[in-house]
Design a protein around this ligand. Sequence first.
Ligand SMILES: NC(=O)c1ccc[n+]([C@@H]2O[C@H](COP(=O)([O-])OP(=O)(O)OC[C@H]3O[C@@H](n4cnc5c(N)ncnc54)[C@H](OP(=O)(O)O)[C@@H]3O)[C@@H](O)[C@H]2O)c1
Length: 298
Amino acid sequence: MNRILLLGKNGQLGWELQRTLAPFGEMTAIDREEVDLSQPGQLREVVAGACPGVIVNASAYTDVDGAESRPQLAISINRDAPAILAEESRRFNIPLIHYSTDFVFDGSLGRAYTEADAPNPLNLYGKSKLEGEQAIQSVGGLHLIFRTSWVYSLRGNGFVSKVLRWAREKEALRVVDDQVGSPTWARMLAEMTSLVLMLAQARGPDWLAEHRGIYHLAGSGAASRLEWAQAILALDANPDEQRCKGILPAKTADFPAPAQRPAYSVLNCEKFERTFGLTIPHWRENLRLAMDTSLFGG
Ligand SMILES: NC(=O)c1ccc[n+]([C@@H]2O[C@H](COP(=O)([O-])OP(=O)(O)OC[C@H]3O[C@@H](n4cnc5c(N)ncnc54)[C@H](OP(=O)(O)O)[C@@H]3O)[C@@H](O)[C@H]2O)c1
């Protein structure tokens, strides 16, 4: 397993994986410049060229609203490309690590979802990701699929950066309190992936074959979007720059969007913790670490 093929190196998760996976050996890290996953046929050549001992797929079409008007693009990237990666991983008998989403669920259960709960995606993004999971499973190679949710990093234009920016631009902020999920730090996800890979390497392919499948892996605890935004502003290293004087609760219906979102898509991650002997930190603790700028002098 000492050669890694990482797809999606510039994404929130891929950027972190480039760092946490480095100790495993030589890495071929690629993104859109190297291969356009809307043409997934090119992938077989890429895999053959990299000659990997493990494939980690952090790439995805993640524009939830965009998927409603570009379903074929979402399907190519989120179903067809992972299907090819699964076939290549089975052909070379190497592990494939892939990520999926809480949006495979409709959010109507009213409690945290386990891997045994039936998916029922409300939108095309969720449908394309579910079909990606199913394609990988039906190929039947050595796969681990980590379903995660509300992924953030301090880089780029994710929810954390947006809330910090809005608080500087607006006097009044309104954030929905009727969507509840599990905020997940991309770095935590990358670290957990590396720890699981280390375990798989130590225990060998039979162990991995026995433990293949879907695992929920997201920040522990639950938050509404409003609670998450409040926690972000409370941890702001430069609160003096904020113009807004607090956040007002809003409803999903106040912000019409092309894609419907699940109301309660918290993931129960006990299977992951039990199987791999790891403890997933609470989302608040991870957010505190993610936003801790003290090393840089605030
Ligand atoms: N973000 C979330 O809240 C969330 C929630 C649940 C699950 N997940 C899952 O977690 C995983 C990682 O998500 P993330 O937040 O790190 O995603 P991300 O930041 O959007 O990164 C996705 C990566 O895939 C690349 N990509 C997209 N279309 C491509 C194409 N046609 N060809 C080649 N590369 C392409 C992107 O490149 P470009 O930047 O050039 O497009 C980007 O580098 C994904 O499987 C996602 O479905 C994410």
